[in-house]
Design a binder for this molecule. Sequence first.
Ligand SMILES: NCc1[nH]cc(CCC(=O)O)c1CC(=O)O
Ligand SMILES: [Mg+2]
Length: 363
Amino acid sequence: MSAGKKAKTANLKSEAADKQQVERLSSLPAQPQPVGQFPRIRMRRNRADDWSRRMVAERRLGPQDFILPVFVKEGGAKREAIDAMPGVSRHTIPSLIELAEQAAELGIPALALFPVVPRELKSGQAEEAYREDNLCNRAVAALKKAVPEIGLICDVALDPYTDHGHDGVMEDGVILNDETIDVLIRQALGQAAAGVDVVAPSDMMDGRIGRIRDALDAAGFQHVRIMSYAAKYASGFYGPFREAVGSKSALGRGDKRTYQMDPANGDEALRECALDVAEGADMLMVKPGLPYLDIVHRVKQEFKMPVFAYQVSGEYAMMKAAAANGWLDNDRVVLESLMCFKRAGADGVLTYSAIEAAQLLRS
Ligand SMILES: NCc1[nH]cc(CCC(=O)O)c1CC(=O)O
Ligand SMILES: [Mg+2]
């Protein structure tokens, strides 16, 4: 027998032996499985060690997931604390630049800017919203110059500028839709001229995305992106923000339920988003955040485009108040809540915890 033939025979023999062994094993009676005990599949195996938890984690949180909302005021005292938002301040432009440098250094991609407008500049028609040299536009220009590597997002809405605190112009108690959009366009053009990267209409007027897009394009601002507050709910969770920008006392009677959404509605959020997508929004936002994660999830599933969520002032205040009482572990709930946004499908979160979260993730 040649060497080649021998080897072939040996192979055949061992294959037969393997087959026999398999048959023997599979004819053994199945091991008795005590019902409800000693499960063969143990989900805890993958959780047993830090390395293996990291290995199977479905997502990772990083500073690139955060957008930091900031408040800017006129000069005077360097910065002012906000009672209901411990750790958050109203900044002057110079102190805001320091904060922007810190955020950029931590890897946070963008700031969302909110001006605190002096009462005497507020009016029925919100003219201050589009004054070329207003606080918001000056802050944008200064930030762009000092920290060009961080993205800047500006709210487009009239509430900081109206004497009644509503997001639009009002007549006989009614917020006028189309007349408001005329003012929003001028506001957005002013922000674009100052150098803003993203305009974020947060007013909830119908049709404003398309009209703002057209106006930006006609004026040569094709590169300015639109992040639409597409599904924005009439929420009690905005309370501390209204204190921070001083639109709360101005709002006095009335609420925003004739333009912001009813918390009972989910399907309606998809219609709102579909309209804004059709009108040219580059990014969508859902607001508030944690109580509306179902909406975040549905919007991401439906539109497959960048979706952001806003963990609003009241959500921040709840966590900080409980932590201050020793009832919650601040660092854990901050990171856990932000991870939950990602799990729901958000591409990023506007959060007042952006700096602390980025620092926690670094350490
Ligand atoms: N259009 C204004 C605006 N833009 C962002 C917030 C709230 C943000 C927060 O609560 O953190 C609000 C308040 C409101 O609609 O009354
Ligand atoms: Mg809409």
